[in-house]
Design a protein around this ligand. Sequence first.
Ligand SMILES: [Fe+2]
Length: 285
Amino acid sequence: MIELKDLSYVRLGTADLATAETFATGVLGLEVRERRRDALYLRSDQRAHSLCYFEGAPEEQIIGFEVENTAALDAAAAALEALRHKVRRGSAAEAQARYVSEFINFRDPTGNQIELVTRPQLSARRHFPSRDAGITGFNHVGLNSTDPVRDEVFWTQVCNARVSDRIGDIPLMRINAIHHTLALVQAAQPGIQHINHQVAEVDDVMRSYYFLREHNVPIVFGPGRHPTSGARFLYFKGPDGVVFEYSCGVGEIADEATHRPRQFTREPLSFCMWGATPGGLIPGV
Ligand SMILES: [Fe+2]
């Protein structure tokens, strides 16, 4: 079993780093950690970085998870290779470009690029956001899945994800106490379905709602409240069509041993108990 400890970063390819920086700092509200010739590193919490835009194709999207140590990384590589996943070891230069000690790269059954890393770096410097969006940290990601039932088996049986709740066939899965760190949403191709940052309170969600409207940022879902995690949320579109989410109050699973996933119906109210329609985010609902 591969033990995922935490979410470390998202890497997004883009042909236009300047537009990505304008969005990340002026709209999303992250802190620039470092600019390199071909990459932009952004912070949202104590992590040295949690989002990296790099010069590349927008289809190049990668999610990094932390594992315990080198032994765990080696065991993960062996387990994935035994299941016929092609595993690539990152070079020292590539690890340095991710602020980690070592990493491996592979694809999940849908084809999403996943990286497992050791010793992701933190920064002792307090996160100092570029815009007062109220961001308290990088929290979770939604992943496209060409077969959520199949991919749930991969994430729960090969990795240590546990299903907290399901909406239809969409599993909301945790790797620690947080209600979900990963969700799998039906799609025709691999990709990141959304990237979540937590904000401090519902006032931040609503302030951003008006801010984004004023700045003509496309809002795709919300404001609303998820009946699953209890989070108050807002989803909007960034460069290259990548969807970002602000939310606050995402719940925790108090009793790991006895929690049973709840099954919600696949209807709009299961995504938003206030009545916002998720059609812009979840096609066909
Ligand atoms: Fe979310």
